[in-house]
Design a binder for this molecule. Structure first.
Ligand SMILES: [Mg+2]
Length: 287
């Protein structure tokens, strides 16, 4: 099998594994030992084997199925992806779910008419295959104060954008990457501020730092799906590209499934695909 040499760390390591590494907070029994290793050679990963039709497929969206747009709202689903998703759903008996930081309503706008199961806001909201909506992690009492604080902070710095998703708040700094360290420092202090009510967790991503309630993540969302039809009894596969996806990788590994990291960066995933185009080819090959 081909080995892709992952020899280069991203420019800012704090973004690759997160200032608050998701793995450090994992509720699962054990994270693979490779994550603790500083040896870059440990991050070489083979390409994944073909996707079996008995799989349950879990997909991150941004940076995995879709290239990053200049702005969060600028992402568009192209005809290739719009054609492929229904075909994949048929192939896998409907056992596909998006596992994303986006809100469910946002995903429905992106994929109109697809009616795919979605876990949104890093697992804080989840729509089952039968359409049942599960809202997890009631918002901490400081949600409004947190939103006001972030909005005020963003207003003082050109290029920062706050997105209120309902249960989670995202601070986008893709347009102002020079502010990354300042953003991380400020929000780290913010979630510890007693007036914010406590119970917050930071979720770093690519050009984004999110504030979310503790207790739910992409891994818990996948485990919840795996207890329900049509996912139950299948072998899970999860593909993702960012720090938040490490929770999902650990969940599928726990169930003997396929964890696939997209692009560069340290990971606990066993497999790697180079980029969005490679993900699309791998998925197409399963049809
Ligand atoms: Mg992503």
């Amino acid at each position: 099998m081909l080995q892709w040499d992952e020899s280069e760390d991203p420019p800012n390591k704090s973004h690759a594994i997160g200032l608050q590494s998701p793995v450090a907070n994992m509720s699962f029994a054990a994270a693979p030992a490779t994550l603790a290793s500083r040896d870059r050679r440990s991050y070489r990963r083979p390409t994944p084997p073909p996707l079996a039709s008995a799989s349950a497929l879990f997909l991150d969206i941004d940076g995995t199925l879709l290239e990053f747009a200049d702005s969060h709202s600028g992402a568009r689903v192209d005809a290739d992806l719009a054609d492929m998703m229904p075909a994949l759903m048929r192939k896998l008996g409907g056992a596909i779910a998006f596992i994303t930081g986006r809100g469910i309503a946002d995903v429905d706008q992106l994929f109109p008419g697809l009616h795919v199961p979605v876990a949104g806001q890093h697992g804080c909201e989840r729509r089952s295959a039968d359409g049942t909506l599960h809202m997890h992690a009631p918002s901490p009492p400081g949600l409004l104060r947190m939103r006001d604080a972030l909005t005020g902070f963003a207003a003082r710095h050109h290029g920062l954008v706050v997105e209120d998703k309902g249960h989670t708040l995202a601070l986008h700094y893709r347009q102002a990457p020079q502010l990354a360290a300042h953003v991380h420092r400020t929000l780290r202090a913010q979630i510890k501020d007693a007036s914010m009510g406590g119970g917050w967790r930071l979720q770093p991503g690519k050009g984004i730092l999110e504030v979310k309630p503790e207790g739910r993540d992409k891994g818990t969302a996948i485990l919840d799906y795996m207890r329900e039809p049509p996912f139950r009894g299948r072998t899970p596969a999860f593909i993702g590209d960012d720090a938040t996806d490490e929770y999902g990788f650990a969940a599928v590994a726990q169930l003997g499934g396929l964890a696939v990291k997209v692009g560069k960066g340290r990971t606990t995933a066993r497999y790697r695909l180079r980029d969005v185009a490679a993900v699309r080819r791998w998925l197409r090959a399963a049809l």
